[in-house]
Design a protein around this ligand. Structure first.
Ligand code: LLP
Length: 422
């Protein structure tokens, strides 16, 4: 599943003890395994070998340039959601014809930049966006290729914050308006409708919602084709879940086996946008215990990473396993809250977690942090963002440096009228 394992009671990433990375980089620090990233990408890609397809990695999960370059080297593209992600994808060397652009709020500037770059297509989320796209393309004397994102009204049975394909969600165009919207889109002079897109949510651990959604989408494609609307691409989005604790999501092969018949039936080229399943278990957040604190009501393990570094527990009450970097077979269990230094009660990594007792100074690995970890980090509490390190066998590479205090104030100015008077 991943390449973080114990040797002689010490946690390694591939062939490097995490203690060595701590000596070199300090804590907190994100660490990714090259072998895991490659294996996960290839497993996903190979599972769909029997249909023409492109794996457009959902870079919101992990947008480090080195990670993106690795995806590109494996034939991958990018699912982007902003001008900033377009910039990163291009800087990482992802060819524009492997980039698709989703999101309900694309600005004119973002649309212009993406048209200029020559991306594969836009995943359009509303009629209003379609008109803006037509307008911008017309100004540029260009044609915009679009896939319309359908909201199939399917319950993905995941956390409500990461469900996107239910009727009340802000994403996509209601299935009942689909045919009408496609017909109107096709009539716009600078729009070329080339595909259908559906992404119903993230961290899905069951196959049925995918199958239900694709059954609806395949029927829609059938109808569109019968009305003379050529649909070349079907973009199935992302969403396949991973094991954080005891979930048992289908692996990419089971996922592919379940949906390939439906994909084939459409006769389309398939675009897929996996994020978490590629990078989630390929990364950890290394942190150090600063203090132990007992209040009478509770025991706290206070670590040097905070919610600004890894937001998922605070935002979704998400579970991440926490492992000691040096394991002792004799350590007694303790029930603790693992919390960070940020001034918020939501700044926790685990609550009422039973785990081997730790001491101040110990290193801990917060597992499964390779997706939506660093990308959701902030500078809250004026905390510099932490470094990212890529491990390949016995070598390690700093793929993002630790921010400095100067980075924190870059671009800020004190207007003259506030200058201190002598
Ligand atoms: N495609 C679209 C259009 C998406 O909106 C997303 C994720 C993906 C693909 C990739 O989904 P994945 O394969 O990674 O599940 N911050 C949350 C996850 C938000 C997902 C947003 N969209 C978390 O930490 O769980």
């Amino acid at each position: 599943m991943h390449d973080f394992h114990y040797r002689h009671e010490t946690l390694y990433c591939e062939d490097i003890p995490l203690e060595r990375l701590d000596k070199e980089q300090g804590t907190p620090c994100y660490i990714y395994s090259h072998a895991t990233l490659i294996r996960h990408f290839r497993a996903f890609d190979r599972a769909f070998a029997s249909v023409p397809h492109l794996v457009a990695f959902a870079m919101k999960a992990n947008s480090n340039l080195a990670v993106l370059r690795l995806m590109a080297s494996q034939g991958g593209g990018a699912d982007i959601v902003s001008g900033g992600e377009l910039f990163r994808a291009r800087r990482a060397g992802i060819p524009p014809d492997r980039i698709v652009f989703a999101g309900v709020g694309k600005s004119r500037r973002e649309i212009r930049d993406a048209l200029d770059a020559g991306i594969l297509f836009f995943n359009v989320e509303s009629s209003a966006e379609l008109h803006t796209l037509n307008d911008v393309a017309s100004d540029m004397g260009a044609q915009a290729r679009v896939a319309l994102r359908i909201n199939p009204d399917i319950d993905p049975r995941t956390h409500p914050y990461i469900s996107t394909g239910l009727k009340h969600s802000k994403f996509g165009i209601g299935a009942e308006h689909a045919v009408e919207t496609f017909t109107r889109a096709a009539a716009l002079p600078c729009i070329r409708v080339v595909g259908v897109h559906a992404h119903i949510g993230s961290q899905l651990t069951h196959l049925d919602p995918f199958v239900e959604s694709l059954t609806k989408v395949a029927a829609l494609i059938e109808t569109l084709k019968s009305r003379g609307l050529p649909i070349r691409y079907l973009n199935i989005g992302g969403g396949l879940g991973i094991t954080y604790s005891n979930e048992t999501p289908p692996d990419p092969t089971a996922f592919a086996d379940a949906i390939t018949p439906l994909l084939r039936q459409t006769g389309c080229d398939i675009i897929m946008e996996p994020g978490r399943v590629i990078t989630g278990n390929a990364g950890i957040l290394l942190t150090r215990v600063l203090y132990l604190k007992e209040t009478g009501a509770k025991k706290f393990v206070i670590v040097d990473a905070g919610m600004n570094d890894l937001l998922r527990p605070a935002l979704y009450d998400a579970h991440h396993d926490i492992l000691p970097v040096r394991r002792s077979p004799h350590a007694p269990d303790d029930t603790v809250d693992v919390v960070g230094p940020v001034c918020e009660s939501g700044d926790f990594f685990a609550r009422r977690r039973t785990m081997p007792a730790v001491n101040a100074g110990d290193l801990l690995a917060v597992m499964s942090a390779g997706a939506y970890g660093f990308t959701m980090a902030s500078n809250y509490n004026a905390r510099p963002r932490v470094p990212e390190v890529l491990v390949k066998g016995g070598d390690s590479f700093v793929i993002r440096e630790r921010e400095t205090f100067d980075d924190l104030i870059r671009g800020e100015h004190i207007p003259d009228f506030l200058e201190a008077r002598a």
